[in-house]
Write a protein that binds this ligand. Structure first.
Ligand code: PLP
Length: 368
């Protein structure tokens, strides 16, 4: 029997070569490869239309977008954040010399719990911002967080690295928050190989971020604010423009797989996070929450032996990354979930046979 190919947890959507060449031809005609060129502008315009936002700024990574968002709100001091996210969320806070204060997560959605956010805010300390993550194709309780943002005058930054294309109550999820930071890294729903974007409805914030992206210089090349080199290239924009043509088709395929998984794992009483009511997800991840850490580790090894990749999104719980030099704040839910979570393959390249095979491996795991 032919060896089965290794099944990856995620997959990079490469655009059809002829579509990419169409844009590469334009680059050669324009002789412009970077510095806010025509394809970057075109990509930003399309992002605004597709995502229903006033301002979009294409940058060179999701992490850069987060660092810029925090800096753009002139944050210096305490930032309230989630312990359950990728380390980029925490690093972007520390990079800005801010102090992370954590609020634990909801068990059902794994996103920051607004009740715990309010417990912290009520104590009266000043907070510069809330940095919350829309995680693994799900979303935060945006209405509750909006209410708290107004009540306590704290801006909200969404780490939206996983959230391209998500709708809530039939409108863009990016209607919520002061600024959202997206990632277009190779395995994301929309990829530009590497890249990210900042989305906002505030014109002053957009102008500040626009200048910050280009060494802090304004359009007259006069120093305007503290900046970095956050720009991205015409080649990366070309990938984005091509992939914008196919992301919805990929989402439909992922949605089919997602619901096959839901049927199977519900039938066999596996635990997995539930989508918040009113969301149309991008179906980008399928996290399972095992009984305990031992079961998670056994499952991971069992899948690997059967040629299936899985990923611990996310471990460790960020409040336990002591190497980065802050005091321990216990977050029992996040710490427990981090030790038990495992994401299984979910992408548009999975065939019907792949899914049948993955589910058969789960059958064997249960009957081992
Ligand atoms: C939740 C989260 N935030 C931020 C990032 C950083 O994005 P990038 O890899 O584009 O810098 C990632 C990357 O995977 C992520 O998962």
């Amino acid at each position: 029997m032919k060896d089965r190919e290794f099944i990856l947890v995620a997959h990079t959507s490469l655009p059809p070569k002829e579509r990419l060449l169409h844009y590469i031809d334009q680059i050669y005609q324009n002789s412009i490869v970077t510095n806010n060129g025509p394809l970057v502008k075109d990509f930003e315009q399309k992002l605004k239309e597709v995502l229903g936002v006033r301002f979009a700024l294409f940058v060179n990574s999701g992490h850069t977008a987060l660092m810029m968002a925090i800096h753009g709100l002139k944050s210096k001091g305490k930032i309230l954040t989630t312990p359950f996210s990728f380390i980029s969320t925490l690093q972007s806070i520390l990079w800005n010399d801010c102090q992370p204060i954590f609020a634990d997560i909801e068990t059902l959605t794994l996103s920051i719990d607004p009740n715990r956010v309010e417990d912290v805010l009520m104590k009266g300390d000043r907070y510069e911002a809330i940095v919350a993550t829309h995680l693994l194709g799900n979303i935060c309780d945006v209405e509750a967080l909006e209410y708290l943002s107004t009540k306590y005058s704290v801006p909200i930054i969404y780490d939206a690295a996983h959230s391209f294309g998500i709708q809530y109550k039939e409108a863009s999820i990016f209607n919520y928050g002061d600024v959202s930071a997206l990632s277009f890294q190779a395995y994301k729903v929309l990829n530009t190989v590497e890249g990210g974007a900042l989305l906002t409805h505030h014109s002053q914030l957009y102008e500040d971020l626009f200048n910050m992206r280009y060494f802090g210089l304004d359009v007259q090349m006069t120093p305007y604010n503290v900046g970095l080199n956050g720009k991205n290239s015409e080649i990366h924009a070309a990938f984005g423009l091509c992939n914008l043509e196919s992301w919805e088709r990929d989402r439909s395929r992922r949605k089919e797989i997602y619901y096959q998984y839901v049927d199977f794992f519900t039938k066999y009483n596996w635990c997995f996070p539930k989508y918040r009511e009113g969301i149309e997800s991008n179906y980008s991840y399928f996290p399972l929450i095992c009984k305990d850490e031992q079961e998670r580790n056994q499952l991971e090894v069992f899948l690997l032996k059967n040629q299936i990749q899985s990923k611990r999104y996310f471990e460790p719980s960020l409040n336990t990354v002591f190497e980065l030099g802050f005091d321990y704040q216990p977050m029992p839910i996040s710490e427990s979930i981090s030790g038990r979570v495992l994401c299984i393959p979910l992408h548009a390249n999975l065939s019907h046979e792949d899914i049948q095979y993955i589910l058969s491996v789960f059958d064997s795991f249960q009957n081992r």
